[in-house]
Design a protein around this ligand. Structure first.
Ligand SMILES: [Zn+2]
Length: 356
């Protein structure tokens, strides 16, 4: 009998903390989905573990509403290089005065969900936690365009999905939508695909009444897949590279735009929190997937020291740290209004804008 069967038959399974694993390729929209779930009206005490491949955990800064309950797992990937950190963080949650009622694990964009699942099934975590679903977020526009190793990784992630959350369906034509759905069905025949915009997944799909047992046959498949993949000394470090940059000085908006537009094609994902000299009081969040980027205002800096932090993930061969460094250093603004009539004018206009 497999482990899952034993536990389910014994009954104590009922009191285990249900776990939702959220996976998906770089930039698919995992944090947006998680924020949508956490801000819903469910009254459940949720704990969140966020894994970022890069050294700075930008995603963790963008999670809303669970202050103090978000644990960062940065500088590695939970499916391979920092598996032990995942176990430690989960056990750490149990030391808290109030035990979480549901745990969400946002995996890094390069994680394979299967080894993460197995960490929950095959270690001491199995005594306390029960994975009840693996949500795999797919960017409807991005998936068919990925090539080579990236396409391979994104498709292999799909194999572990309980639910495929097909995100950003508003960005594709009906033909493209059919195409990406066929692609998903080809990779994982019979998978449940939910089409969403901005991660707006119905919450009933997430909180399915306690720690419902996962479909055992799928878990068994997953275990077998893992067994065959084990010898490869699996890690993504040889395929992906990550690079980060920080600065205490404000950035010039036009210069930042121009740098982002000229990033090499091998950069798949860029995200960060930035300070813009034209609008110095606002904190801006930068999100870039492929060639598409946007900057969104996210409150005031207030008493916090303004600081720009940017993380970028790409094919290892495509990351040239020196070039990137000078490209982003070139974004630093003039900082001095007396030297720049344009800066003086834009700040003046910004100060008149309503909404502060
Ligand atoms: Zn990994």
């Amino acid at each position: 009998m497999n482990q899952q069967g034993t536990v389910a038959a014994d009954g104590p399974h009922r009191s285990k903390i249900p776990v939702t694993l959220i996976g998906g390729f770089l930039g698919a929209g995992k944090t947006t989905l998680l924020n949508h779930i956490l801000s819903g009206e469910h009254g459940i005490r949720a704990a969140v573990l966020v894994n970022d491949f890069g050294a700075i955990n930008i995603d963790a800064k963008l999670i809303v509403g669970v202050e103090g309950d978000t644990v960062n797992l940065a500088n590695g990937c939970v499916c391979c290089t920092i598996r032990d950190d995942l176990i430690g963080a989960c056990l750490g949650l149990l030391q808290r005065p109030e035990r979480p009622e549901h745990l969400f694990v946002e995996m890094s964009g390069v994680s394979d969900p299967v080894p993460v699942l197995n960490t929950f099934l095959e270690t001491q975590l199995a005594l306390v936690f029960a994975v009840n679903s693996i949500l795999l977020v797919v960017d409807a526009e991005q998936l068919p365009r990925l090539k080579g190793d990236m396409a391979h990784l994104a498709r292999s992630q799909l194999g572990a999905a309980d639910i495929v959350v097909l995100n950003k369906v508003d960005l594709v034509s009906p033909d493209e939508l059919n195409h990406v759905k066929n692609l998903v069905q080809m990779v994982t025949p019979g998978s449940r695909i939910i089409e969403v915009v901005q991660g707006q997944l119905p919450l009933e799909l997430v909180f399915v009444g306690g720690s419902d047992a996962p479909p055992p046959e799928r878990r068994e498949d997953a275990r077998k897949r893992e067994a065959t993949a084990h010898d490869e000394a699996h890690s993504h470090d040889h395929v992906f590279g990550t690079w980060n940059w920080t600065s205490d000085r404000a950035l010039s908006l036009p210069k930042l735009r121009s740098t982002l537009e000229q990033l090499p094609e091998t950069v798949y994902r860029c995200k960060g929190v930035v300070q813009i000299e034209e609008l110095p009081r606002y904190r801006y969040v930068l999100q870039m997937v492929g060639r598409r980027y946007h900057l969104e205002e996210s409150g005031f800096w207030g008493t916090a020291m303004p600081r720009s932090e940017i993380v970028l993930i790409g094919g290892r061969a495509g990351i040239d740290p020196d070039k990137l460094h000078s490209a982003f250093d070139a974004c630093i603004g003039i900082g001095d209004e007396s030297q720049s009539p344009v800066l003086r004018l834009t700040r003046l206009l910004a100060a008149d804008m309503p909404g502060d």
